[in-house]
Design a protein around this ligand. Structure first.
Ligand code: TEU
Length: 560
């Protein structure tokens, strides 16, 4: 039943995967064309970022018709062909489910804004202006500015936790839930194998929409008033009863600001509603939470912080829930640039980080291009960026807060979502073979060196290492079910842990440093230890090299 515990998921950002029409935008036929590439790598599941009709203010996360394919991406027939092609290769397909908000171009919103008594009015969240005519509260949008926009026609404000073109649905209104559940059945009946549920813990808002107090900025993100709100689990239980329980699915909730206790509520094998969640603690590790724009900041972090945070999730979910394992996706920088070294140790550190993802408990997610060790991009001019969040941040930082160009661009180079969204480099030909036309966003200029063709030809590549990791995870049940135990609890550079199942121990040793070090003498490496994988050729036990990773299998020591 819980096949998704054994699975590896490959995330596709369709806009940037493969263009077959020459319009510079990736499409569904491009994905279908490359299914063999994906199948050879070895994942079990594909997650498609949104492919529904959308005006693309937020690249498909603003949906104008939940039952139609975005014309730039193709047709419903193309979608069926993709689904059939994937299934024929043993790959399941999950779709993004974006139901906290719609596009302002969605028919429901178009109706809703016509008049205060329109039957669709209550599909969205409306409040009269404050006494001074301003927004009803100080809530901020994730993409900058107020989370409320005045609808001139009807004189009321509507709520949008993201862009103004992404009005929030009113989940307290039962017809909204029915419409969403119906739409979910539509895709599931077509053969889709599950959903990645966008911002799913934002559905239930504090109905009073109170001001955030003690904020440092005029429009703070009101997380305490919309994350994990009072009716959230009731809505999800409805969804489970009405829809999810009737199918055999992988469901993963995107849940920022959730701790392990809350995570078990979502993912408990009996009581829970979802297979797994995406937690965000490690995504906040390198940010300055006191800054006006925390996501754009960088702060040095220590291995101890990372080890403590991951260990807490490993222990607290064990036997009670299930997690996903990820270090990057379409919303964050490339993992090798952020947590590793994208200079001289790019290959070694990309492999080391991948080893982390595949040896902890949870379902590993590979974001497209991470299997090539793709890096962040440094475009000189803001004109080469496309992401609404990045463009809004640039505008606010430069023109409202008057920060210097160099400082703002440095923040964008480190943290922009566009780092992860550059088109996929298939080979070293023009535009990496992604398109024959003009790509919707420039490729990373390092594509002549970092591309899928090169990686497949080079036995030492990050790509081949991922193939081995995927195979190992399939071969060793301890990597799926084994109990996590940390070793060397306070070592500043070496993260070592075991996963124990029956008489088998899988020992992982990861070196988070770009300097060579001495091999920790107190690692319980035994005579029967068998090296399963490593990112260096030898397994000497005197030194540990920059970003070295090793995974051993050995027998557990019988209890005395
Ligand atoms: O992201 C929602 C989210 O939790 C944010 O923290 C997001 O990471 C941040 O805004 C990044 O700038 C989801 C999607 O993954 C994202 O692509 C969408 O833009 C967003 O929801 C709105 O649908």
């Amino acid at each position: 039943m819980s096949w998704w515990k054994q699975s590896v998921v490959y995330q596709i950002y369709p806009r940037s995967f493969k263009d077959t029409t020459g319009d510079g935008v990736g499409d569904l036929r491009g994905i279908t064309e490359q299914l063999d590439y994906i199948a050879r790598l070895g994942p079990d599941v594909l997650w498609l970022c949104p492919v529904y009709a959308s005006p693309n203010v937020d690249n498909g996360y603003d949906i104008s018709d939940y039952r139609a394919i975005m014309p730039e991406f193709g047709t419903m027939d193309d979608f069926r062909a993709l689904l059939d092609g994937a299934h024929a290769r043993g790959l399941r397909v999950i779709m993004d489910l974006v139901v906290n908000h719609t596009s302002d171009q969605h028919e429901w919103f178009q109706q809703a804004r016509r008049s205060t008594d329109n039957p669709y009015r209550e599909f969205y969240i409306w409040r009269p202006p404050a006494a001074d005519g301003g927004p009803p509260s100080n809530w901020g949008s994730h993409f900058g500015g107020s989370a409320w926009t005045l609808d001139e026609g009807t004189g009321e404000y509507y709520l949008h936790l993201f862009a103004a073109e992404q009005p929030d649905l009113n989940w307290a209104h039962p017809p909204v839930r029915e419409a969403v559940f119906d739409m979910m059945r539509f895709w599931l009946d077509l053969g889709v194998d599950g959903f990645r549920m966008d911002t799913i813990n934002m559905l239930s808002k504090n109905p009073d929409f109170p001001d955030v107090t003690g904020a440092h900025t005029p429009y703070p993100i009101a997380e305490e008033h919309f994350l994990n709100g009072p009716d959230l689990h009731r809505y999800l239980q409805d969804m489970k009863r009405e829809v999810l329980s009737h199918y055999d699915l992988l469901t993963v909730g995107e849940t920022p600001g959730v701790d392990p206790t809350q995570a078990t509520e979502f993912t408990h094998p009996e009581r829970g509603t979802l297979s797994m969640i995406f937690q965000f603690d490690h995504m906040r590790l390198d940010t300055d939470r006191t800054h006006w724009a925390p996501r754009w900041t960088s702060r040095p972090w220590t291995l101890t912080e990372l080890r403590d945070l991951l260990g807490r999730w490993q222990h607290e979910l064990y036997g009670k829930g299930w997690n996903s394992l990820y270090l990057s996706n379409h919303d964050v920088p490339r993992m090798v640039s952020r947590f590793g070294n994208d200079g001289p140790y790019r290959v070694q550190s990309a492999k080391m980080l991948a080893t982390l993802l595949f040896t902890l408990q949870g379902t590993p997610y590979i974001y497209q291009g991470d299997e090539l060790g793709m890096t962040n991009v440094h475009f000189d001019a803001i004109d080469d960026y496309r992401d609404v969040d990045t463009l809004n941040f640039y505008r606010e930082a430069r023109f409202e807060r008057h920060l210097g160009e160099a400082e703002v661009m440095a923040m964008i180079w480190r943290k922009s979502r566009d780092n992860a969204r550059t088109p996929f480099p298939w080979n070293a030909s023009a535009n990496g073979g992604f398109t024959t036309g003009v790509p919707w966003m420039p490729l990373n200029p390092n594509y002549p060196q970092i591309n899928a063709e090169q990686a497949q030809h080079d036995p030492q590549s990050v790509y081949w290492y991922y193939r081995t990791l995927i195979r190992l995870r399939r071969e060793h049940a301890a990597l799926v079910d084994g109990r996590y135990g940390v070793l060397l609890n306070s070592h500043p550079a070496v993260y070592a842990y075991t996963r124990t199942l029956g008489d088998t121990d899988i020992l992982t040793v990861l070196h988070f440093s770009d300097e060579p070090g001495t091999w920790p003498s107190d690692l319980p490496l035994r005579g029967d230890a068998h090296l399963l994988i490593s990112n260096y050729d030898t397994d000497a036990t005197d030194i540990i090299r920059p970003f070295e990773a090793r995974v051993y299998r050995q027998r557990t020591i019988p209890a005395p």
